[in-house]
Ligand binder design. Structure first.
Ligand SMILES: C[S@@+](CC[C@H](N)C(=O)[O-])C[C@H]1O[C@@H](n2cnc3c(N)ncnc32)[C@H](O)[C@@H]1O
Ligand code: SF4
Length: 368
């Protein structure tokens, strides 16, 4: 078992706020970024991490929108976190930020994975999302990353956008396949409270149409060499995200910066989403000591998101009980919802789409 921890660092700045986004973010302001990085530095130092980390993930917001000077300041802070030759080091980027000088800075500080919010290549959908970028530019930017030695690239694909047809989605998927990246994360558009779309009373698309879109994505990406390794995530062989697997494998991680979540020494917690409280040092972290029983539920709920499922051996080692002693899988196996092999219980592919309902039912079988 890999016991190294992962590190998540939140950079909450964006140059433009998207109408659907409820992530923790504020408008970019260089002075504010500068102050934020000073506090982030103190937070990282005060945790005095000794062991090399399995992954560092700089997410946002849009970390790539920092000026080159501020980006170097950020990377110098992050450089204090021990890594080794195996560490996955990711930064989230807006595609238009990908200029050669910025990519050189990424390389200089050891970034080996870039995650880009592409979303859609179709003009009418880009207009809806207020993210218009011509296809030619999208292709050039991904090529630029590869030319500069960043081969491990994730692209975010958004679907279930109002007025999107299955034909549109098919066209988008084939465009994404042409980008030939190592990883694709897919997102069904959610209308989140506090967003412009919500205020405009926009609605999510019909459930049945959404299910057809999900099916089309899974089928087409699998046919084209991507492994469907988690409900919404697809990777070329050996390019599964080490960082995201840390969450789904129920392993521990640090979370630095405003709004960031962490799981350390059996305690789950998070920073509140108030950047001024964070900068002024007057926020109190939210913390929750997790009981062994809760921990088992996390193991089940997070682990069954993976197509591989949950390991019987790992559960036994961690909790001293067998999975079957704690949850009753029998009726789910009979109905073909759960597949069992020597070491794993996994959700059958056909039930990924209704995973939440299945998981709730499974939790109700808990015998403790
Ligand atoms: C932090 S953003 C990615 C990086 C960068 N900020 C950008 O937008 O290009 C993470 C991803 O979350 C997804 N996302 C954000 N809001 C969403 C929503 N309401 N519904 C579904 N996906 C959403 C988008 O696919 C987005 O690329
Ligand atoms: S989707 Fe990305 S760029 Fe848009 S507001 Fe959210 S974090 Fe910022």
């Amino acid at each position: 078992m890999n016991t190294k921890r992962a590190v998540y660092i939140h950079i909450p700045f964006c140059k433009k706020i998207c109408p659907y986004c409820d992530f923790c973010k504020v408008f970019y302001d260089a002075d504010l970024v500068n102050q934020y990085l000073d506090v982030l530095n103190q937070e990282i130092l005060s945790n005095s991490i000794k062991e090399p980390c399995r992954s560092i993930y700089i997410g946002g917001g849009t970390p790539s929108c920092l000026s080159n000077t501020l980006l170097e300041k950020l990377f110098q802070i992050v450089r204090q976190i021990p890594t080794d030759g195996q560490t996955e080091y990711t930064i989230e980027c807006n595609i238009l930020d990908l200029e050669e000088d910025k990519i050189h800075i990424f390389k200089k500080y050891g970034i080996n994975r870039v995650s880009v919010g592409v979303e859609s290549s179709i003009l009418k959908l880009q207009k809806k999302l207020n993210r218009i970028v011509p296809r030619k530019v999208l292709e050039e930017k991904i090529k630029l990353l590869k030319k500069n030695g960043i081969q491990n690239i994730n692209v975010d694909l958004m679907y279930a956008i109002e007025n999107e047809t299955l034909e549109d989605l098919k066209e988008d998927i084939y465009f994404f396949l042409k980008l030939d990246t190592t990883h694709i994360s897919t997102y069904s558009l959610m209308i989140e409270p506090h967003t412009k779309f919500y205020i405009q009373n926009q609605k999510e698309i019909d459930e049945e149409e959404n299910a057809k879109m999900y099916e089309l994505i899974c089928k087409t990406l699998k046919e084209n060499g991507y492994q469907h390794y988690e409900v919404s995530n697809f990777a070329k062989p050996s390019f599964q995200s080490i960082h995201n697997l840390t969450y789904w494998d129920n392993e521990e991680y640090y979370g630095f910066g405003v709004g960031a979540h962490f799981y350390l020494d059996g305690v789950r917690g998070y920073h509140k989403r108030n950047i001024y409280a964070y900068i002024n040092g007057c926020e109190k972290l939210e913390k929750d000591k997790i009981t062994k029983e809760d921990e088992m539920d996390y193991f089940l709920l997070l682990g069954l998101r993976k197509s591989k499922g949950i390991s019987k051996k790992k559960f036994q080692e961690q909790y001293g009980l067998s999975l079957q002693d704690v949850y009753d899988f029998s009726s789910f196996i009979k109905k073909g919802m759960i597949i069992e092999n020597d070491d794993y219980f996994a959700l059958a592919d056909a039930y990924f789409y209704v995973m939440n309902e299945v998981l709730v039912e499974l939790l109700c079988t808990k015998k403790l």
